[in-house]
Design a protein around this ligand. Structure first.
Ligand code: AMP
Length: 176
């Protein structure tokens, strides 16, 4: 019988050469639009984190804004956005980073977290890891009690994991 993860993997659409030549873009909208896949993904993420004492799920713009709040609701945690520059209205902290196709920066509200929080950082996909590494640097400034990192998809060949501290808890629901 097909496993839950196999069903999810089959639902992801691959778009060659998007947004630039050489990138195999993993389109998760085809997973999200399927009610059964969306439910399976929510369950797998919840099962992974239900006993970790997570108080805030932090999602990275923009594809971290889909499963982030769904998971936060199930964990009885709050949701905090990390956004591109110029989008958050109050005082922010910022980090710059290099990604698979360009340079960018990310911001978080200065009052978004406290040192009492156990944070789950979430994004849809781990490629080079630059985005999530910058997000970890932002989160560490709040000195939280714990940091967990989650992706829906890890592109294993790119070895993005290698740029993180070895003791950081990084989980990908699907490895491609
Ligand atoms: P990186 O910082 O290289 O790990 O890039 C991760 C971010 O870029 C994530 O927010 C992804 O949404 C996006 N991204 C990078 N590469 C891909 C890809 N091949 N397919 C889909 N999204 C990607």
């Amino acid at each position: 019988m097909e496993s839950r993860k196999e069903k999810l993997i089959k639902s992801i659409r691959n778009i060659p050469d998007f947004p630039i030549p050489g990138v195999q873009f993993k389109d998760v909208t085809t997973l999200f639009k399927d009610p059964e896949c969306l439910h399976i993904l929510s369950d797998l993420m919840y099962e992974e984190y239900k006993n970790k004492g997570i108080t805030k799920v932090v999602g990275i713009e923009s594809r971290g804004f889909i499963m982030g709040p769904i998971l936060a609701t199930r964990l009885n945690a709050g949701f905090v956005p990390i956004r591109k520059p110029g989008k958050l209205p109050a005082e922010v902290l910022e980090e710059s980073y290099t990604k698979e196709y360009g340079i960018d920066a990310i911001q978080i509200h200065k009052d978004a977290l406290s040192d009492d929080d156990v944070v789950l950082l979430h994004d849809d996909l781990l490629a080079t890891g630059g985005t999530m590494k910058a997000a970890c640097n932002l989160i560490r400034k709040f000195n939280p009690k714990g940091i967990y990192v989650n992706f829906i998809i890890e592109l294993v060949e790119l070895n993005g994991r290698s740029i993180f501290d070895k003791d950081l808890d990084i989980t990908a629901i699907l490895e491609l």
